[in-house]
Write a protein that binds this ligand. Sequence first.
Ligand SMILES: *Cc1c(COP(=O)(O)O)cnc(C)c1O
Length: 442
Amino acid sequence: MNLRETLKINEKGHLEIGGMDTVDIAEKFGTPLYVFDEDYIRKMMRVYKNTIEKEYDGNGQVLYASKAFSCEAIYAIAKQEGIGVDVVSGGELYTALKAGFPLKKAYMHGNNKLLRELDFALDNGIGSIVVDSFREADIIEELAGNKGIKQNVLIRINPGVEAHTHAFIQTARTDSKFGFSVSDGSAEELIAYILKKKNIVLKGYHCHIGSQIFEKRSFELAAEKVMDFSAYIKKKLGFEVSELNMGGGFGVWYNEEDPKLKSADYENYLKALIKTIKEKADEHGLKLPYLLIEPGRSIVGEAGITLYTVGAIKEIKGVKKYVAVDGGMFDNPRYALYQSKYSVLLANRAKEPCTEKVTVAGKCCESGDLIAVDVSLPEAKEGDVMAVLTTGAYNYSMASNYNRNFIPAAVLVKDGKADYIIKPQTYEDIVRNDLIPESLKK
Ligand SMILES: *Cc1c(COP(=O)(O)O)cnc(C)c1O
């Protein structure tokens, strides 16, 4: 298997991450377990940050899209790396706050932000809010007025660019619950509406054309459309953007069907975006906007793996073989949601040739609870340690206590040492919020 540089197979034939033997990690911390490589996370944050420094005179900022993986430690890393974050709920905002993250470097998203979330965000000095409805603009206007502040906002627009990826994770099409279309006049209407508000400062536009995108052209096209729209609005309404947030969506490697990108490839996406913005600014006589990008998956995705222990094995003669692990859709619902594909290996027998095709199943009471379908492995035995690669993004953040299973703990590995960043749950955590009313106690 074609492994990323921080993963390797050691002389014992075990998979290693961040200089640590995954079999030792599994023994010490138990399974299922999320394992994150700190160096990889930092490297990816720096790739984007340095490219903005070099190619755009530092006139911009990287925002880590924390919905990909949100916990206190990741905000602490973002803070140390000097980048911003985007948050999409009161819970993510609270987590960032608790980690000591400076919220003036946080942008808040959401198609239906709740009043209490907006109130909480304004009370804690959120840097900017990406407005996604007329009603939201009214709420912010009122809240900001009551608090005696002027709130910076962007508005979310749909440039109408379709990124080629799984249909369920495309978000910038005209038929989307997100954003306002540039083509049907609705974005223009919202801009005019916001420009009349007294306590809201419109800085510019945000768009996010989808996720798991590899086509450089989609990012360029989005930038072209957004800059053309900026020029149109400047003419029409006299408003010129000072900030442009081009979203995230840079793809990662999950399995052999995906390209394996290097730092230079991510740099090139950003360079292409910057080049387009500069050309378009020139063409239309616009000022160069402060540029924001919001990578999530590409920062944490390949940094993370999940370790499981193999349990029950069931062969249905002439049909298929199921290898069940001690996790499942409660720690990784992405197969169940999108039929996402993952690469799987036996971490304790990583050098052995693959001799059979199996389906890796979870332990939930749900036939769709699968982790990987038709993957090649050596003949798995009970007790083997299984590693699923590229689980750093949208796994822990989408985990649940379905079937009252524990959401796995997470460790951060660096220089051959591992520390918990999310501790294991206990049965007590499972029932923490349960109550039995008096009437049921008789
Ligand atoms: C999900 C999301 C991102 C991050 O997308 P990735 O594919 O993880 O890079 C960025 N911005 C917005 C608004 C999003 O919804």
